[in-house]
Design a protein around this ligand. Structure first.
Ligand code: HEM
Length: 407
């Protein structure tokens, strides 16, 4: 029997299942697997706050190890992806986090804003003045990809192949891969790492101030530089963590607004509400529904014994709708005072390094869309379809009718 977490009906709309679990089985053991679904907000926070008991050397995808046959972090031929951030524990994680955090300072993120505004406008320029677009294909996918390519220092001319590598990398996370697809994705990862290796070699000759350039200059307190292998792994993790997630945020945000026209009208009329709209979208449609941990000892969560070695899925998508924390949790409410208590960026030592960047992208996107489109409508018959992935909440397409403000 396949657990409901993997069933298509749950992937399409997991929230009723989450409610049942939160209320009656808050540390549910997945049918036939040594995996526990943690769904209450307080329990999720407790797990994330105890990395010594709940290790990150476990994921990041739910079925990644089983499906890939080999993890991308294994020592196969070719480039190895060593543990650096997402799938690492202290003290090694602490060293990498300190080094990499320098690339994500508020000042550096702020310098990206004009570029994000320009890219957003270019994408809207390409919309028809009136007609239908696929918001996912035409906006939500290209914006984060171009932003992260710029951030990492990938030139626009390489964007097409970079897109493919990035999509393949995301597919590995929690998706149901055939053996053949798994091999292709592995090959694709090798190409991506080879590509970063070449870009790093260029920067050794000609220093630059992009992400790769910064990593090359980074030294820890004992003056050890990062090895090439470590740099490549950090670049890969940043791409995987930062691209598809932000695509999901933008498409989820637009769908929620279109389904809540009263709130959409308010945010359009009062732009100071735009950040609240972004935060509610993060809460209600967590772009990453859950993150994996492994128990390092026999322990318990929500009164349920969890044996050493078991994996836990910290289900942010469920915690974000916990009525113990959020009043009327299923509603999209711009006046909610505590939307930011969501766990969509995680919590504690692995808290998302790109949170400020993706919040900025969401805010800029909405401001420009409101400025440039006088009409945005959803086909009332539209039924959302999400990719077959228990971890990433990826809307496949979002057809909307738009009308541009006349130039
Ligand atoms: C809406 C968009 C995003 C969401 C929902 C998101 C979500 C997350 C979550 C949940 C974690 C922690 C996972 C865990 O505890 O196991 C994380 C970590 C991380 N994120 Fe994001 N992320 C987003 C955007 C970005 C962007 C744009 C970047 C980079 C440009 C980025 C880079 C990272 C990195 C490097 C980590 C690892 C931090 C560590 O392990 O110390 N993320 N993200």
């Amino acid at each position: 029997m396949v657990d409901r977490i993997y069933q298509d009906a749950t992937v399409q709309c997991p929230y009723p299942y989450y409610t049942e679990l939160r209320e009656g089985d808050p540390a549910h053991q997945v049918e036939g697997e040594d995996v526990y679904l943690i769904t209450r907000h307080a329990d999720c926070e407790a797990v994330l706050a105890a990395p010594e008991t709940f290790s990150s050397k476990a994921g990041p995808g739910l079925r990644q190890h089983e499906l890939m046959g080999t993890s991308p972090e294994s020592a196969d031929a070719g480039y190895r992806v060593v543990r650096t951030l997402l799938t690492n524990d202290p003290p090694s994680h602490t060293r990498f986090r300190r080094l990499v955090a320098k690339a994500f300072t508020a000042r550096r993120i702020a310098t990206l804003e004009p570029k994000i505004r320009a890219v957003t406008d270019e994408l809207i320029d390409a919309f028809p003045s009136e007609g239908e677009i696929d918001f996912v294909r035409d906006f939500a996918q290209p914006l984060p990809l171009i932003v992260i390519a710029d951030f990492l220092g990938v030139p626009r001319s390489d964007l097409d192949v970079f897109r493919k590598w990035s999509e393949d990398a995301a597919e590995v996370l929690g998706g149901t891969l055939t053996e053949e697809r798994s091999r292709e994705c592995h090959q694709s990862l090798q190409e991506l790492l080879g590509y970063f290796d070449e870009r790093a070699a260029e920067r050794r000759l000609r220093p630059s101030d992009d992400f790769l350039g910064l990593l090359l200059e980074a030294h820890d307190s004992e003056q050890h530089p990062l090895t090439t292998e470590e740099m490549l792994a950090i670049s890969y993790v940043t791409l995987v963590a930062g691209n598809e997630t932000t695509v999901n945020l933008l498409s989820g945000l637009m769908l929620l607004l279109l389904r809540n026209p009263g709130q959409l009208a308010r945010a359009r009329a009062d732009r100071s509400l735009v950040p609240a709209a972004v935060e509610e979208a993060l809460r209600l449609e967590a772009p990453v529904q859950g993150f994996v941990r492994r128990a390092t000892q026999n322990t318990e969560v929500a009164g349920v014994p969890v044996p050493k070695g078991a994996r836990l899925l910290v289900v942010a998508g469920a915690a974000n709708r916990d009525s113990e924390v959020f009043a009327e949790p299923d509603g999209f409410d711009l006046d909610r005072g505590n939307s930011r208590s969501h766990l969509s960026f995680g919590k504690g030592i692995h808290f998302c390094l790109g949170a400020a960047l993706s919040r900025l992208e969401g805010t800029v996107a909405l401001e420009h869309l409101f400025d440039r489109l006088e009409g945005i409508e959803l086909d009332p018959a539209f039924t959302p379809q999400y990719a077959d992935n228990a971890v990433l909440r990826s809307l496949r397409f979002l057809p909307v009718r738009i009308r541009k403000v006349p130039a």
